[in-house]
Every structure is written in C-alpha cells, then in structure tokens.
Design a protein around this ligand. Structure first.
Ligand code: GLC
Length: 758
C-alpha cells in the first residue's frame, strides 16, 4: 500500500492526533534503524564448488564440497531433511517430532561423479555440482534443484518447474489457488517474469484485497503437483525471504540461516500428513469452538454485549461464543479490564454461560509503556521485552500508544506471559484471540512492524546446538564409511579447514546467547506468542482444552491456535478470494481457519452478507466480525428474508456438529484440513477453485457472484445427493443448479455416512 493511502486510512480509523503520534513513532523507528545499522561487508556470491568427499551416515550421507557441506538425513523412507552449511542452523520452533525409527538407506555412486541415496520411498541423486534430483521410489524425477548460492548470510536456490506444475501453500495468500497463476487484481507477472511471494508476516493495514502480499501468516512450504506426482517442500528457516515462481523455475531466497528443508512426496493428503507428523497437529478443540461466534470491534460495554445476546435470543438464533475486542480493556492495556464499561466481567460471562455462550477476549502483544502498569513494570524489571542492540526495550506504537513487545523467544517471557491468563480465566473467559502478533506496529511509512535491528534472545539456540552437535557426532562415529573419497584419491584432504567449510552442523560455533534480530524472528513472533498462551493455558486449565485464535503464525502454529484471515475487504471479489485463501492455509498444515463474514470493513449488501454467511457455515471457524465505524451487521440487521435464511444456516451448522467433530478428530490424527480443494480427493480432475470439500463427504459450492440465480457445479466421479432435496446426480459432470437466495449448492457424496440428519 502506498504511504499516502496508509496515512489516510490511519486518519480514518484513529483520527488526526493519533496519526501524528504514529508519524513520530515512525521517525523513532527510522532513528533506530539508522543508529544501530550494522555495515554489511561486501561478499562475493558463492556456490558449493566441486564435490570432494562423500560419507554415509546412519540416515543418509554427508557430502563435502569445496565451499559447502551437504547433509542428507532421512527421517522416514518418505521424508528427508536436507541441510547445507555454511549458515546458522534453525531453532526447532516448527518441529514437533524429534525421535524417528531407524531407516535403511542404500548409497551408490553414479557414473557422473554423483551419488544416489535410496530409502525405498524416495531416491535422491546428489550431482557433482550440488544439484539434487528427487524421485518417488524409483520413479521419474519429481524435482530437480540447483545448489544454493550464498551472498554473505543470504542465500537463494532454484528448482526446475514444468509448464503444467501447480503450486499451493505458502500460508495465507490473497492469490490464486495455483500460486503460479496471475491474479486478475494486480500481482500479475509480465510474461517471462516470476510471481513473487514475500515471506514476512505483515499487517497489510486497512483492508486487503486480492493481489496484496504479504499478509499476516506466512508458512515457508509449498505443495507441487506435477504430471508425475506431488511433493511438499518445507524450508525450516524463520528469516524473512521470498518465493518466486516463473515459467521454468522456482526460486527461494532467505536473508539468513542455513539452507535447510524437508522433502516428501505422495498424494496431497499424504504429504500434508507427513509434514504435520513433523510439525505437529491441531489438538481436538473444545466443542463450542466449532459453533457460531459473534464479534464486532465496537461492543464497548457489558450492556452492548447483553443487547447483542438478547438480539440472538429474540430472533431465535443459536450462538456459541461472543468475542470481546479491544474495547473491554482498560486503555487497551493487555490483560486488564475496563471497570467502568465492564464492571463485573465474571458476572457477565457466567450469565452468558447459562445460555451456553462462551466468552473470548482479544489479547495484543504490545504492552503499554506506563510506569503505573504492573505488566509493564514487571516486563522491564525482568528484562522480558525485545530490545535495541544496546539492551533498551524497543518501542513502537500500537492501540495503547507506545508499547514494549514481549520477547517470546525467551522461555522466561513465555512462562510469564502464560501466567497472565489466570485472571481472565478466573473471570470465566474461555477462549483467547491473539491479534496484532505479526507483530504489527503503526507506522506512517515502511514496514509496519518492529525495526529490523530489534534484538531477540532466541534462547534455545545454545541448547539446540548442543543437542544437534551430539547427535551428528554420534552418527559419524556409528556409521561413517567413506563411499568414495575422490579428494583422497587425488591427494587432497577433505578437511573442513582446508576446504574453508564452516561446518555448522558438526561444530556449531555459536556465541552463547547471541540472539537474533527481527529479520530472523519476525515470522515466528505470532507462533511463539501462541506457544506461550497455549502452554500457559495447559497449566492453568487442566482438563479443559485451550482455545486460541491467532492472526499470525508460522509452521507449527496448528499445535497451538486456530486462524482467521484477518482484515479482508468486503466485496464479491474478496469473498471469492477468501475461499481460495482458506484452501491454501489448509494445505499449509493449518486445519482451522475462517473469515470475517461480510469482510472486516465496509458495508456489505444484504445479499453479499448472506452469501458470505452461507459459505462460512461450512468453514472450520465460523464468526461474524466487523470493523469499528462500519454499520452494524448482527445476523438480524438486514431484516427479512435475510434473518430467516441466516437462521437456517446457523441451525444447519448445529446439525453438522457431529460431522465437524469427526473431522476435528481426523485433523488431530492426520493433519487433514477440514475444508479441502477438490483435488485433495480427486487428483485426476481439473482444478476447481470456487468449490470445496468439507471432509470427504460434503461438497460445497458457495455463491460468489451478485444476483446469481443459478450456478455451475463441477461434480467429481461418483453419485451425489443434493443436500436440500431428493435429487441425485451422476458425477463426472458439470451441473447447473438453481441458487435462490435461501440456499447454496451442497452435495453429499454417495455412500457416505455423515451422522447428521439433513
Ligand atoms: C485488527 C484485527 C481486527 C480487530 C482490530 C481491533 O485490525 O484484525 O479483527 O477488530 O484489530 O482490535
């Protein structure tokens, strides 16, 4: 967004005085950047160079090149980890599973000076220049990648792309389902150029639209679907970076960290299952979380909340949860309650619970700089905030004014933060909504987050270094057999010092507590806040299941939190986009997502609101939410016939609960997202991006255009039963279905048991 629009939007939302404060905060940010800028020494680009030595390890092999070292490490026959040094190894923020059963790997020399490593599930060929070719079993090549190239700490790597290869994932994207396609609303790549996606969790500010990039939740993984099969590649690198997809090649670039990534091939369901075995799965949520949530930025008092709930009662509309946005807090101070507007929150939540309604409160990470505020004082005294390079807590502007930001990479901060939920829990709050955790900062120009020089402790680094060190050394002792020591043959010794390789994998020469900066920690800020909240709640509320909703996150966030798609604009275009965005989020390992019904801002027409509501009734997270200052839009606001239609969909959602809960169990067991693109179950079909499967038995075709009286629905092979009447359709067909305002096409797959009365 250009700076002028950014400024105008900020004036519209928060007024002129606050905007002036933002300008001064931005000047402070620029001063930080200037004051602490570290000169980056000029370095020549470097590639691995010649392969000098190869050794087997119990799980693969280690390859020494003139300027780099490559380790291939099979976790299972179908999942392999590739690590290149030089480069700082990642902290294991994403990783949930570290113990894997043994695998049998056979290693052979190829004729051309390379090696193949075969596990039964995968065959990798390491080429003499460091390129790697991946095959499923012994099949045709699925992926051919070039060796990485370094420039200082930054690195890039390319891989070949087929013309018809389709790419999905990367977390939250306002982009087509196939990320190689150009969006009709900008982000179009001129012919011969690439489409680029940023890897930098960012609050786009205001309301985003198709084509805007980056957004709040980036996950450095993509699924590629080629004519020869599918694969998933996950880059375990928290640094800011970018992914580009061109006509013939893909490129990834990260600003630092070791090139480390995981590869697996199989069906789309299988690769997501393997990826979530590695990074963890979403635990079963409390049942109420699958119901309908009502929210609005603008329920300013207990009285407002009671009136909204009375509206639901009066219109006979089921409600499972109500969310309190920032107005419940005292001056937007996190973990406080405004005693005037919410004089007895405990009484309010108890009253709501009698009606079966659960209360969720928002929590933002920014802690107001205010000497009279306990949390601020404690955080400063105990050194729990992110700092400048000279150790002072960093400051940036958010809702409460100037704030400090908890350093969630510090375990002590996480523990401290986790304890803070106790008071709200004691007041009967059941769920927590983590917002602004990219982290977002209000700025007049430039990156709307913390300054790049912000320091984080990244505390586990040393612990991890030791454990990896130990494990790698052990593997060398146990199984290292030189397969072919070409260097020895030629009389050169492949000694790290001689080859100039800084062998991070074995030696890990880190400085104690060297920490990291915002370039490295930006993307994990939300993940770590979610971890802090989740672990705190696990301690505070056994045996209850914690429930957290989060705007930002990273690989592995599914272990702790659900997601929603943030401040999406309210239009027919964004409705269509939101469906696709949610599908790509699901393919990125996050099974629970949803959107603000009608879009966050603006004033959706009654028709748009109703159509969005109908789609949302089939999405994992089902919440009405809107921005302050917009016209109200509780489900009855548009009057009849809309209220009755919405009531029907609320009741339908209730009927779907057993099915949804079964899908939740499936997500917990296999990582499968609740809503899936059709190709998840029908890979042989042409891609469809305006329909989705809810589980394997329901096909949903939301109405995405204004004034539609009928819509075309693509039915996969099999028999399909119309949800609404007795019609039965033969699949492998495109049918034209009437879509009066009261319904959207929904079909039940023949022969499936939904456990739900229709
Ligand atoms: C952010 C959130 C939005 C929330 C608002 C006020 O814009 O994305 O959902 O209502 O902040 O807290």
């Amino acid at each position: 967004m250009n700076p002028i629009t950014q400024l105008l939007l900020s004036i519209q939302f928060i007024g002129l005085p606050a905007t002036l404060r933002i300008i001064s905060a931005t000047l402070l940010r620029d001063w930080y950047e200037h004051r602490f800028r570290a000169p980056s020494p000029a370095t020549a680009p470097q590639s691995p160079g010649d392969l000098l030595n190869a050794e087997t390890t119990p799980r693969g092999g280690r390859f020494t090149f003139a300027n780099a070292e490559l380790e291939i490490h099979f976790l299972t026959p179908h999942l392999v980890r590739i690590s290149w040094s030089p480069g700082q190894p990642p902290l294991p923020y994403a990783i949930a599973k570290t113990e894997w059963p043994a695998v049998n790997i056979s290693v052979h020399e190829t004729g051309a000076g390379g090696y193949t490593l075969a596990s039964g599930g995968l065959t990798l060929t390491v080429l003499a220049d460091g390129g790697i070719v991946y095959r499923a079993g012994e099949g045709d090549p699925l992926r051919a990648e070039h060796p990485p190239r370094w420039e200082g700490a930054a690195w890039t790597q390319g891989a070949r792309l087929d013309t018809g290869e389709r790419i999905h994932g990367l977390g939250e994207r306002a982009a087509p389902l196939n990320l190689r396609e150009t969006s009709p609303h900008g982000n179009t790549a001129p012919q011969g150029e690439s489409i680029t996606y940023q890897m930098r969790n960012t609050d786009p500010g205001g309301h985003y639209v198709p084509g805007d990039d980056p957004l709040y939740l980036n996950i450095p993984l993509y699924i590629s679907r080629t004519g020869r099969g599918s694969y998933l590649i996950f880059y375990e690198n928290t640094h800011q970076g970018e992914f580009s997809f061109g006509e013939e090649a893909s490129t990834v670039a990260f600003k630092g960290g070791m090139p480390r990534y995981y590869f697996t091939s199989g069906t789309v369901a299988e690769v997501v299952e393997r990826y979530t075995e590695l990074t963890g799965r979403a635990p079963l949520p409390p049942r109420w979380a699958l119901g309908y949530h009502q929210c609005r930025w603008g329920y300013k008092s207990a009285q407002d909340v009671r009136e909204v709930v009375a509206g639901f009662r009066e219109h006979n509309l089921p409600l499972d949860a109500i969310h309190l946005d920032i107005d419940y807090m005292d001056g937007y101070r996190v973990f406080t309650v405004d005693e005037e507007r919410f004089p007895d929150l405990a009484a309010l939540t108890a009253e709501l619970k009698e009606d079966g309604i659960h209360t969720v409160t928002i929590l933002d990470p920014g802690v107001k700089v205010d000497p009279n505020y306990d949390l601020y004082r404690e955080g400063v005294e105990r050194g729990l905030f992110c700092t400048t390079p000279n150790g002072k807590p960093i400051k940036a502007q958010v809702w409460p004014g100037m704030c400090h930001f908890p350093d969630f990479t510090n375990p002590e901060t996480r523990e401290w933060w986790g304890e803070q939920y106790a008071e709200l829990l004691a007041m009967g709050v059941d769920g927590f909504w983590h917002d602004m955790n990219e982290p977002a900062a209000f700025v007049g120009w430039g990156n709307p987050s913390l300054p790049s020089i912000t320091r984080y402790s990244m505390e586990n680094r040393l612990t991890l270094s030791k454990s990896i060190c130990h494990c790698e050394e052990r593997s060398v002792r146990r199984g290292s057999l030189p397969v072919n020591n070409r260097a020895a043959k030629s009389g050169r010794l492949p000694h790290p010092q001689k080859t100039g390789v800084r062998n991070d994998m074995r030696l890990m020469n880190h400085t104690e507590n060297q920490g990291g900066n915002h370039t490295e920690a930006n993307n994990i800020y939300g993940l770590m806040m979610n971890q802090a909240g989740y672990e705190g709640l696990r301690k505070l509320t056994p045996p209850h299941r914690p429930w957290i909703l989060s705007r930002a996150g990273w690989a592995g966030m599914q272990r702790y939190a659900w997601n929603w798609t943030g401040d999406v604009g309210g239009s027919w275009d964004t409705l269509r986009q939101t469906l696709i965005t949610m599908l790509n989020i699901g393919l990125s390992g996050i099974p629970y997502t949803g959107s603000d019904i009608g879009g966050f801002g603006g004033h959706p027409s009654a028709e748009l609101f109703t159509r969005w509501f109908q789609m949302a009734a089939f999405t994992p997270f089902f919440r009405g939410h809107s921005a302050t200052g917009t016209p109200r839009r509780e489900p009855w606001v548009y009057g009849e016939p809309y209220t009755s239609i919405i009531r029907d969909f609320l009741n339908l959602r209730r009927r779907l609960m057993p099915y949804l809960y079964t899908l939740a169990e499936e997500a917990a067991q296999t990582g499968a997202p609740l809503m899936r693109p059709l190709f998840w179950h029908y890979p042989e079909m042409a891609d469809v991006d305006d329909q989705f499967m809810l589980g394997d038995s329901l096909l949903v075709a939301p109405v995405l255009s204004e004034g539609a009286k009928c819509r075309r629905v693509t039915l996969p092979p099999g028999v399909w039963h119309d949800w609404w009447d007795e019609s039965i359709y033969e699949g492998e067909s495109v049918v034209e279905v009437a879509v009066g305002l009261e319904r959207i096409p929904v079909f039940v797959r023949g022969g499936r048991e939904l456990g739900v009365a229709r």
